[in-house]
Structure formats: structure tokens, C-alpha cells
Write a protein that binds this ligand. Structure first.
Ligand code: FAD
Length: 468
């Protein structure tokens, strides 16, 4: 009898050793980079299984928490991402932060390869005096606040003033400007968080000044975003002739997209002269000014009162101070000079550039580690750029599988091997069904209010809803 049992166990062993192990890849971060990398991997290799980890209770990264609420068409990419998420070989695991809840070391044991696509989570500082005064915010935190990111929902910015200065002229700066200039009835229909809409509707802001340290040719915004500003009802734009007049000479030599952008700027400058007293709101683009110092208001030493700028001249596209300064009075300023990546313990990181050192997505000198998206190339580029980037990383991984540079032959457990350790630290992971339920309720609550969605901002409410 005992012999028979032994034989049976032996038979099972030799049978199981013939089962091909499942190659498992973990993706860290479920923004566009994570989803596009997963999509390409799953499509190109029918054996691969992909687990996508997300630290928040909601997927989609900046598509949910960055893209402006009044640009709903940009969020259509979500339907592509959800097709990937419901693929039988894909698992989305929300509310788990890699590096905090699970170490990189443990992740490496559970997977054949790890892909870091966790984006850029902080922003660049100006490092000038007064940056901590009340009334000086980063555009990032303001964007996160109006988009309902849980950690930013308590920002409660003081918008009780008439002039706002935005330092920077990229698309994010223009998104922030539109929040003050767009008709409230338009914003009301979007997925902007209710508390933000309420606060913005009570704000007294009339004038938004977008200030750049270099000239019009170097402005980082796209023509589509600038044109959108010019079309806002009851609102007029100002560009001073003095700052753009030199373009008339140069414009013929410029490549077509730049030329069209400069033509638009000159048109705005030309129409700025007309009498526009009928308009309720105003925005301006102003150039060749670097902030030197945030100065306190006379009434309150903790509150921003004005900003001192250096006037610049350009040489070889670099801004140099002329020695002259100007001051702009304001109680509210947003720093919009770019995002920045941070490292995760146990992962190589280039702190100078704020990204993971890599070659075509393969982390330098680290077998089995990859990266994609903003944390791979830095915080620039739209979703389409991030898509190509994700595809490139996936191709690198597939090549490494084919050349056996990464080992997919050992039987690794993936998330099943890690779930117990999460229980020990009382972290409750969410799955895509959980998210679908949250998504449905958010949409229902939004529809009842006449808007596209009302986002949850409190994780406890989410758990209550899910009965966890
Ligand atoms: C304000 C703003 C507006 C934009 N508007 C547009 C637009 O209109 N059109 C357009 O095409 N592009 C737009 N972009 C650019 C676009 O959002 C980016 O190209 C894209 O989101 C970058 O994708 P990503 O996946 O690299 O990063 P992210 O989108 O930031 O995704 C990273 C994900 O990783 C998660 N994460 C972070 N750390 C961890 C961790 N330790 N463990 C697990 N998960 C983690 C994050 O929560 C997040 O979900 C905008 C960007 C910004 C900042």
C-alpha cells in the first residue's frame, strides 16, 4: 500500500515537471505606459501572463488624474486599456504600492521580469526665495486637486483674488488657466471634482498671466491648446507687441508648425490693441521673464503679495538676465515648470535626470528589469508618445525572451505568491471587477448630477462600497 502511494506521488511529480511553467511579467503602474506595454506583450506572445500593479484604487494614471476634465475625448483611450485589463492573461491589482507594500526583491522572486511604468510623481522646484509662501502652488498639485486625486483632495487652495500668475507656458499651464477662464456651465458637465468646481465657482479670478522665461518661439504649449484659449467666450487674450514684433522678420524661415503658431501669436498681439472692456476675463502670454523671488504681501508676511522677475534676453536659445527687474502683484501663483520622477528602493535611478537609466527600456546592468513611459524617458510627451514608448519596451522584452536573456522557464507564482504578505500588513488589493464596480457607481452618481462622472476621493468609502 505504502509502495503504491509512493509510486503515485512519483507519477504526479514526473507529470507536473512536464507542465510548462507560466512566464509571468509584472508591470508597476497602470497609466498609459503600463497598459500599452501590457497590450503589446499579450498580443505578441500567447504564453505570457501579465500582472499590472497600481498604488491607487483606480487605474489609468494621468488619464484620470492629469488630463483636463474639459478634454473628455482624450480619455477615450480608456476603452483600449480596459480591453487589455479584461484579457484572460492579464490581472490588474489596485491599492498596492510597489516599494512600500512589496519590495523589489520579493517582486523579482515572483516574476520573470518587472516593468517599471510608474510615471513622474513630483514636480520641479524653482528653488527661489519665498517658494513656501501661502498662495504659491505647484500646477501639479492643483491639477491633482481638481481631478480628485485622493492625496490632493485636501489642498483647498485660496482662490480669493483677481490676478493669477502661472509660471510656465506648456500645455499643463494652459489647462490650469482654462479652469479659471472657462464658463462654469461647461466645467459643470465634466468629471471635475465637485469640491473643486464649488471652489472655482466662488473664485474672483479675472486675469490669468502666463509667464515664460524665454521667448514666443520657445513656448512649450501646442497650437491646439493656445487656440482653445482664444476661443473661450467672454474672455480676451493679450500678447504685447514689443515681445513678439521680431517674429515678423523671422516667420518666413520657420518650419510650418512653428510658423502657424507664431502667426497665431502675432494675431493675438494685433487684436490685443482693440478695446476689450466688454469682456469679463482676460489672459496674457508674457515672455523673457524669470521669477527671482516670491515676495510677501504687506498685510500678511506669510502670504504671497508679488513676484519679482528678471528681464531676460536670449542667446542661442538660453535666457540670460539683462539686469533689469519687474514686479507683478498677485496673491496666487502656480509653478508649472515640469514633473519629476523619483526612485523606488532597490531600483537603479538617475537622480540628476529623475529617471531610470535604460537602453530601449532595458534597465542598464539589470537583467529582468525594464521601464516604460515617463519614468523611462522623462516627463514629456503626450499619450501617443507614451504608447510608442511602451511598445518599444515590450519589443525589448520579447527579444530578451527569444534570446533567453531573461529566464521564463522557472515556475514563478506571480501575485499568488505575494498575496499573503499583503494580508500580514493589512493591505487590501483590489481587482478589475472591484474597479468596474467603482467605475459604474462614479458614472451613475455623475449622471444624476448632469456630469460625466463624480470621482471617489476617499478610499474608505470605496471599501464600504465594495464591502471589503
Ligand atoms: C496635467 C497633464 C495633462 C495632460 N494632458 C494630456 C492630454 O490632454 N493629452 C495627451 O495626449 N497627453 C496628456 N498628458 C500626458 C500624458 O498624461 C502622459 O504622456 C502619460 O500619462 C504618461 O504615462 P505614464 O504611464 O508614464 O505615467 P502615469 O500616467 O503617471 O501613470 C503612472 C501610474 O503608476 C502608478 N504608480 C506610481 N507609483 C507606483 C508604485 N510604486 N506602485 C504601483 N503603482 C504606482 C500611478 O498611480 C499611476 O497610475 C498630460 C500630462 C499631464 C501631467
Amino acid at each position: 500500500m505504502i509502495r503504491l502511494k509512493r509510486m503515485a506521488v512519483g507519477a504526479i511529480r514526473s507529470f507536473s515537471s512536464k507542465i510548462t511553467p507560466i512566464p509571468r511579467i509584472a508591470i508597476i503602474g497602470s497609466g498609459p505606459a503600463g497598459f500599452y506595454t501590457a497590450q503589446h506583450l499579450l498580443k505578441s506572445n500567447s504564453k505570457l501572463h501579465v500582472d499590472i500593479y497600481e498604488k491607487l484604487f483606480a487605474p489609468y494614471g494621468l488619464v484620470r488624474y492629469g488630463v483636463a476634465p474639459d478634454h473628455p475625448e482624450v480619455k477615450n483611450v480608456i476603452s483600449t486599456f480596459s480591453k487589455t485589463a479584461i484579457n484572460d492573461r492579464c490581472r490588474w491589482i489596485g491599492n498596492v504600492e510597489i516599494g512600500r507594500d512589496i519590495s523589489i526583491r520579493d517582486m523579482r522572486k515572483a516574476y520573470s521580469a518587472l516593468v517599471f511604468s510608474y510615471g513622474c510623481q513630483i514636480d520641479k522646484l524653482l528653488n527661489i526665495p519665498g517658494e513656501n509662501l501661502k498662495g504659491v502652488y505647484s500646477a501639479r498639485e492643483f491639477v491633482e486637486w481638481y481631478n480628485g486625486l485622493p492625496s490632493a483632495s485636501t489642498l483647498n487652495p485660496n482662490l480669493d483674488c483677481e490676478d493669477v500668475v502661472i509660471l510656465g507656458q506648456g500645455n499643463v499651464a494652459i489647462d490650469v488657466a482654462r479652469m479659471f477662464l472657462s464658463p462654469l456651465d461647461e466645467l459643470r458637465k465634466t468629471d471635475i471634482s465637485e469640491y473643486a468646481l464649488d471652489k472655482i465657482s466662488k473664485s474672483r479670478v479675472k486675469r490669468v498671466h502666463l509667464v515664460g522665461r524665454r521667448g514666443p518661439l520657445q513656448a512649450a504649449c501646442t497650437i491646439a491648446e493656445l487656440r482653445e484659449l482664444t476661443k473661450l467666450p467672454n474672455c480676451f487674450g493679450i500678447i504685447t507687441h514689443q515681445e513678439v514684433e521680431f517674429l515678423r522678420e523671422k516667420i518666413k524661415e520657420l518650419p510650418r508648425p512653428k510658423k502657424r503658431m507664431m502667426e497665431l501669436m502675432l494675431k493675438i498681439a494685433d487684436s490685443s490693441i482693440d478695446n476689450k472692456i466688454d469682456f469679463q476675463k482676460q489672459w496674457s502670454l508674457s515672455f523673457f521673464k524669470s521669477p527671482l523671488e516670491f515676495l510677501p504681501s504687506e498685510e500678511n508676511p506669510d502670504q504671497l503679495g508679488k513676484i519679482r522677475f528678471s528681464l531676460n534676453k536670449l542667446k542661442d536659445n538660453i535666457a540670460y538676465p539683462t539686469g533689469e527687474t519687474v514686479e507683478l502683484s498677485t496673491n496666487l501663483a502656480f509653478r508649472s515648470i515640469g514633473y519629476r520622477g523619483v526612485g523606488i528602493p532597490g531600483l537603479p535611478f538617475d537622480s540628476e535626470r529623475g529617471l531610470i537609466p535604460n537602453k530601449n527600456g532595458s534597465v542598464i546592468n539589470e537583467r529582468g528589469l525594464y521601464c516604460s513611459g515617463w519614468i523611462k524617458r522623462g516627463p514629456t510627451g503626450v499619450i501617443a508618445t507614451t504608447m510608442n514608448d511602451g511598445f518599444e519596451t515590450a519589443k525589448t522584452i520579447l527579444e530578451d525572451i527569444n534570446s533567453s536573456r531573461i529566464d521564463i522557464t522557472s515556475d514563478q507564482l506571480g501575485f499568488d505568491g505575494l498575496a499573503n504578505s499583503l494580508k500580514d500588513i493589512k493591505v487590501k488589493p483590489l481587482n478589475y471587477q472591484d474597479w468596474s464596480k467603482i467605475d459604474m457607481i462614479e458614472t451613475q452618481v455623475g449622471t444624476a448630477k448632469g456630469k460625466s462622472r463624480e470621482k471617489f476621493v476617499d478610499i474608505q468609502e470605496v471599501f464600504k462600497l465594495l464591502d471589503h
